[in-house]
Structure formats: C-alpha cells, structure tokens
Design a binder for this molecule. Structure first.
Ligand code: ZN
Length: 412
C-alpha cells in the first residue's frame, strides 16, 4: 500500500484542487481524503503540499513515428530497429507523465501490438497502450508511397485498399493480429498538396466496411478526417474518434454535436502549429505556398474547435507527435495551445488530458481521475499546473509518476 500524504489534489474532474491524502492498494485508489490512521505497513510519501493529479493521457499517439520529416524515413527503418524505437518512445512518454496512450496508427502492422503486450507484461516501461493498425488509405491517398516504376516491396507506412472488400480484409487482418484501434485516412492532408485537406478520399461503403468489422470484433475506429464530407461519413458510420475535423461545416458540426456522447474529436493542433511556426528551426522552413495552405488549415481548425467546444463536444489535447518539427515527448504542450488558441481554461485543458482521456481509452469512471476505485495512475508535480501549464512539460518537476499502483519514478 502507498499513502500520498499532504497533497494538493487536482482530481481531473474539473473540481477545484483540495488538500488531502490518497491511499493506493494494489492497482487502485482506495481512499481520497484524510487518512487519519494509516495501515502500519504502508509506504508513506509526503507530497509536501505539491499537486497530485491523474497521469496524462495522449489521445493520438504514434509511438512508432521516429521524429523524422518524411514518411519514407519511417518506412525505411527495418522492423528490428523500429521496434526498439517504439519501445524507446513508450518509455519517454511515461517519463513525461503520460500514463496512457490511445494509438492513432503504427507504421508497421505489429509494432503497436507487440509494444502494448510487452508493456502490459511488465517487460518494458511505458504507458498503458491501445494498439492501432497501420493507417488504411486508398490508392493515391495520403501515405500511399508506391510508385508504378518501383516494386512496392515491403515499404510500409500506410496500407492502400480499394473498395469495401479490401478494406474489410485489411481490417479483419488487423483484428486477427490483435489491434485495439483500426485507423482510417478518410480525407486528404495538409502535408500532401496533391490530395489536400479539403478532399474526401474514402467512400461511404469503405468506411462502413471497417466500422462493421470493428463492431463485430469490439474494436475501435479512429479516422484522419479533415474535409467536411469525411467528418460526416465518420459520424454516419459510427467512427469513434475523429482527428483534425479541420473543415467540418455547419452540418458536420451539428452531427458531431448530436453524437457528442459517443464521439471524440482531437485536432492535433501542435503538428500544424509547429509546421507553420517552428519547422524552420529544424531546417524545414515552409515555402510561401505551404505557409498559405498550412495557415488556412490551422485557422479553420481553431475556429471549428472553438465552436465544437461551445457545442459540448469532447475536444481533446494531444496528437501527432513524432515528426522532426514536432518531436515525441513534448506532448503536454498541446494543453498550452488549447489555452492560447482555443480559449480553454487550464482546468478544461487538464480535464481533456485526464478525465476525457480515460473516456477515450474506453475506461471512463476508472481512469483519468483521482477518485476512490480508479486505477492509480498518478503524478506528483512541483508547482501549480493551473497557474502554469508548462510545468507539465518539465520532466524534473514531475516528482513522482505512478502507473497501475507502481512507481515509475519517485524523487520525493
Ligand atoms: Zn496522426
């Protein structure tokens, strides 16, 4: 048993912080409040008035992305090195206070599955992970790196499918291999001018084929959906998690609002923001044409997310870390961007990264809050994240990190 004493508890529910103790037995929190007579064999940790809060949850992780500029650089990595890189990133996320990750695609079919299993078995440190498939795309869609004059060989970043039969086969194969999440690329993207964000690429019957398979196998479906029509397609066919929603129009927003109890939206702001404002530091300044395109996507995303927030849709911070200009480990920065760009309060951003994170993991009510009965995924933080969210990005201010009742770090 572990007893956190003298903590300022920021419980993830949105309620103001309060002073108290937290008792952990096994994997779970068994008491929140004053523990006057602790059991004799308890491991007591004096928090000294520091903030105790739920572990952070990343709703759009790509642990197998390798902090490079191009998808070709990801796919050229042999599977052995690639698995090591994935496990290295998993440890980094936990070091940064992320105790859970909802994966938004692996770059080889089994990387996430193997990493998830190794972490769950206790063989390697990392966050609890929902493992994703590779991204399923269409011929000529985002991530289809094939060229007619070259043998496609084993180059794998996304898997191109055409028609419901091929999508169904790919989805079933991914389920067979043990993924939790099937990932679709339903629209174009900012990074691919030939198929821009406003373009819809998949068809209704293709999206439906995958959501049907997911329902039968009790898996989740997450989609890259920037165009208005792609968002509508996703809501119509029961996609659970919608990424970006850049150009969701009035009708798409109405549909998201009507489905707000079951869908999640995660815009992945940082990857677009940093591509526009910071990629130059990494030797990748955007051309004028690219700046125009990326700026338009960012402005539209910001306007849309502000509206979705007003409509009560769960909009979650995080996403798409793992590129050269948006490297792994800085994921908590999204909370700051939510405050600066979307008008969230620091408390709302934290709820998005904790309580709603538990919900996107499919574990609402037992993950993402400091509450009796919840899993003990906890951080002890120097300072007040409500006053300065950047604290959450500073590893040395994370004084304790606990996952499933076990310390990953304890420097108190
Ligand atoms: Zn992504």
């Amino acid at each position: 048993m572990v007893l956190f004493r003298n903590a300022r508890i920021l419980d993830g529910s949105g309620n103001p912080p309060f002073a108290g103790d937290v008792l952990v037995e096994g994997k779970r929190i068994v008491r929140v409040g004053e523990v006057a007579a602790p059991p004799p064999d308890v491991h007591a940790v004096d928090c000294g008035g520091r903030t105790l809060m739920p572990g952070l949850i990343e709703p759009h992780a790509h642990l197998s992305f390798v902090d490079q500029a191009t998808p070709e650089a990801f796919s050229s990595l042999p599977v052995e090195e690639h698995l090591l890189a994935t496990l290295k990133h998993a440890k980094l996320y936990l070091d940064q206070g992320f105790t859970s990750c909802f994966s938004a695609a692996a770059t080889k079919p089994r990387l996430d599955v193997v990493a998830r299993n190794a972490i769950a078995a206790g063989d390697f440190p990392g966050p609890r992970l929902l493992a994703a498939s590779v991204q399923l795309t269409v011929t000529g869609g985002v991530g289809d790196l094939r060229q007619l004059h070259l043998d496609p060989g084993e180059a794998m970043y996304c898997q191109a499918c055409d028609g419901p039969v091929e999508f169904r086969r790919a989805a079933r194969a991914a389920c067979r291999e043990g993924v939790d999440v099937l990932k679709l690329l339903v629209s174009g993207d900012t990074s691919t001018p030939k198929v821009p964000s406003s373009q819809t690429l998949m068809t209704d019957d293709e999206v439906l084929a995958v959501t049907e398979v997911a329902r039968q196998h009790r898996r989740r479906v997450a989609a890259h959906a920037r165009s208005a029509e792609s968002v509508k397609m996703c809501v119509r066919h029961g996609v659970d998690v919608i990424y970006h929603a850049t150009y969701a129009d009035e009708e798409a927003r109405d549909m998201l609002e009507a489905a707000r109890d079951r869908v999640f939206v995660a815009p992945a702001l940082s990857v677009t923001y940093t591509r526009l404002h910071e990629a130059g530091h990494y030797g990748l300044p955007a051309s004028d044409a690219a700046r125009e395109r990326i700026g338009r996507d960012l402005d539209s995303t910001v306007e849309c997310m502000r509206d979705l927030k007003r409509r009560g849709v769960r909009v979650l911070p995080g996403g798409d870390y793992g590129f050269l200009w948006n490297p792994h480990g800085r994921n908590a920065r999204d909370l700051e961007l939510f405050v600066e760009l979307l008008g969230f309060t620091p408390m709302e951003a934290i709820v998005g990264a904790t309580k709603w994170g538990g919900e996107i993991m499919g574990m609402g009510g037992e993950l993402g809050e400091v509450r009796e009965g919840c899993l003990a995924d906890l951080l002890v933080v120097d300072g007040d994240p409500l006053g300065e969210l950047a604290i959450l990005q500073r590893r040395d201010q994370l004084r304790a990190i606990m996952k499933d009742g076990a310390f990953h770090k304890l420097t108190l």
